[in-house]
Write a protein that binds this ligand. Structure first.
Ligand code: FES
Length: 105
């Protein structure tokens, strides 16, 4: 599983998603409640960037129709989205935030 640096920990603001691209995959990186999460940036309901939504209670809300996705599992909390959004493992090394979007070991 290849972890790649996506940003510095110090540049992440609490509850403010940061959109990055990793191997062509749009990823929203979120620092909240003492943890850093990486979730695919595209809503599972339509082609909308989740990083433009709000973060609360470890959920990121899609601004278009209001489905929220759990940053730990990618599961939606309610309609209209029914499918989960992929989430990715995160590693912190010093001030580096590393994310892996590949599943190969
Ligand atoms: S586009 Fe995200 S909930 Fe509809």
């Amino acid at each position: 599983m290849a972890f790649v640096k996506v940003c510095a920990l110090s540049e992440l603001e609490e509850d403010t998603p940061k959109r990055v691209e990793l191997d062509g995959t749009p990823v929203s990186v979120v620092k909240t409640e003492g943890e850093v999460y990486a979730i695919n940036d595209i809503c599972s309901h339509a082609n909308v960037s989740l990083s433009e939504g709000e973060v609360e209670d470890c959920m990121i809300e899609c601004w278009l129709h209001g489905s929220s996705f759990d940053l730990r599992t990618g599961k939606p909390s309610g309609l209209p989205a029914t499918r989960p959004v992929p989430v990715y493992p995160v590693q912190i090394e010093g001030d580096d935030v590393l994310v892996s979007v590949t599943q190969e070991s």
